[in-house]
Design a protein around this ligand. Structure first.
Ligand SMILES: Cc1cc2nc3c(=O)[nH]c(=O)nc-3n(C[C@H](O)[C@H](O)[C@H](O)COP(=O)(O)O)c2cc1C
Length: 186
């Protein structure tokens, strides 16, 4: 194996379904936002993942952000294959229908993104699955009084690939533009 990518990521859960409408859950960390308007995201997924074929065939997928309360189930979905295990049955995760597209989403995840597949770009050992987010749902319980996500309420799981460890987000240490407000460069 070459270099282990040293970039920390949040853990997300990709959902997709097969023709029998059985939903699958796959744990991912390689995710990025590539456009805000339209809202376009990308996830890096190996071809051999069961979900890869489901996304390719159905043309839709969900991205669900779990909180640390669901750490063990999130880990489980990264060690089991949808081809042999019904992960919705084996975990505490409950499937709910997408609001806008026909894709299973995870009830317990406070952030849910319903995505339409735009393109799959072959890169290397992982392919880039690019999707447009057509619906976003955020549980108000993880937001501040202005409706913005509060990380201390969301409690996302951060993964450190080199050590194979999970971490939680700590105290807020600043805000965007603080260097300007504080006088530096003003
Ligand atoms: C913390 C964690 C992060 C992972 N990130 C990715 C990822 O970004 N891309 C990927 O293809 N697989 C990733 N995996 C591996 C898949 O989740 C794993 O192979 C899973 O069993 C595939 O499920 P499926 O075959 O049902 O799709 C990750 C696993 C863990 C535990």
């Amino acid at each position: 194996m070459g270099v282990i990518p040293p970039i920390p990521y949040p853990v997300v859960l990709l959902t997709a379904k097969d023709e029998e409408k059985i939903g699958n859950i796959t744990t991912l960390i390689w995710i990025g936002t590539f456009s805000q308007e339209p809202f376009i995201i990308g996830v890096a997924v190996k071809k051999k993942r069961y979900s890869y074929g489901l996304v390719k065939k159905s043309g839709v997928f969900g991205i669900n952000i779990p909180s640390q309360d669901h750490l063990v189930d999130a880990d489980y979905c990264g060690y089991t294959k949808g081809s042999t295990v019904d992960k919705f049955k084996e975990t505490s995760f409950t499937p709910v229908d997408g609001k806008v597209i026909d894709v299973p989403m995870i009830k317990e995840c406070p952030v849910k993104l319903e995505c339409k597949l735009l393109e799959i770009k072959e890169l290397g050992d992982h392919d880039l699955i690019i999707g447009e987010v057509v619906h976003t749902e955020i549980d108000p319980s993880v937001c501040d009084e202005k409706g913005r996500i509060d990380l201390l309420k969301l409690k996302p799981i951060i993964a450190n690939y080199p050590q194979g460890t999970y971490h939680m987000v700590g105290d807020r240490i600043g805000f965007w533009g603080m260097s300007m407000a504080g006088g530096r460069g003003v």
